[in-house]
Design a protein around this ligand. Structure first.
Ligand SMILES: Nc1ncnc2c1ncn2[C@@H]1O[C@H](COP(=O)(O)OP(=O)(O)OP(=O)(O)O)[C@@H](O)[C@H]1O
Length: 240
């Protein structure tokens, strides 16, 4: 259950939601999209209360990457990406040339161009994860809600994704709210960190404010050490 929680996401801002298993990260993302009902409080997108949004309009505003996305093994990568354009399709599900253009461009961003004709079942876990991210991108949303987007990505692709998110935020003004277990990677590219514990905000602020060993020890229950680096965000390691 989420309690006493207040959160805002500005255009072009990257906010990382941190917290142990079961602390409420996914629940929060799903509440924000109306997939889970809230009993108290209010959620607004662009100043309009969530219940007043039509699903198609909301999908053009906020894209969501769930922890375990649904996918069709027989689909090609191009078809899987095209599905992300469905909130823009006209009557009878007709695709416009612009839909195809956005798919091509997003595939290029995510290094998927070579794989467009490949079946989803014939991709590696990391390649498939990039398709799911691409499906969010082709929605041309104003906000992306990403639940552990680094899942299955190797180190290079994790760093590349961090760079891409920064670029999308800066160039397209997309606000990114992502749940992550990687404190250090989140610290390297998020503007703000929000640490959840038992459905509440345990800490919120800059990387330096949130990556505090005593705080993290209390929340994660393991000893932590912090390494401060010249001109770069601090990193934390478990002090085992
Ligand atoms: N559909 C559900 N019905 C009831 N309780 C749920 C449901 N989904 C999650 N919960 C519970 O809500 C709490 C928060 O879960 P949530 O999935 O939001 O955590 P999380 O921070 O995303 O964890 P993780 O890092 O493991 O993904 C947990 O106690 C979980 O058991």
């Amino acid at each position: 259950m989420l309690r006493e929680l207040s959160l805002s996401l500005a255009a072009g801002e990257i906010v990382a939601l941190l917290g142990p298993n079961g602390s409420g990260k996914s629940t929060l993302l799903r509440c924000l999209l109306g997939q889970l009902a809230t009993t108290t409080g209010s959620i607004t997108w662009d100043g309009k209360p969530l219940p007043q949004w039509q699903p198609r309009a909301l999908a053009r505003t906020a894209a969501y990457l769930p922890q375990t996305p649904l996918w069709d093994a027989t689909q090609t990568v191009r078809d899987a990406l095209s599905l992300g354009r469905s909130p823009y399709w006209g009557a009878f599900g007709l695709e416009s040339p612009r839909d195809a253009e956005v798919v091509e461009r997003s595939a290029a961003d995510l290094e998927l161009t070579e794989l467009l004709g490949r079946r989803m079942s014939a991709l590696s876990g990391g390649q498939r994860q990039r398709v799911f991210l691409g499906r969010c991108l082709v929605q041309e949303p104003r906000a992306m809600l990403l639940d552990e987007p680094n899942t299955f990505l190797d180190l290079k692709h994790q760093v590349e994704l961090a760079r891409l998110l920064r670029r999308w935020a800066r160039e397209r003004g997309i606000g990114v709210l992502l749940a992550s277990h990687d404190l250090n990677l989140a610290g390297m590219f998020a503007d703000r960190l929000v640490l959840l514990a038992d459905g509440r905000v345990a800490a919120e602020g800059t990387v330096s404010q949130v990556l505090q060993p005593t705080l993290l020890e209390r929340v994660y229950g393991v000893p932590m050490e912090r390494i401060d680096r010249e001109g770069k965000p601090p990193v934390v390691v478990t002090g085992l």
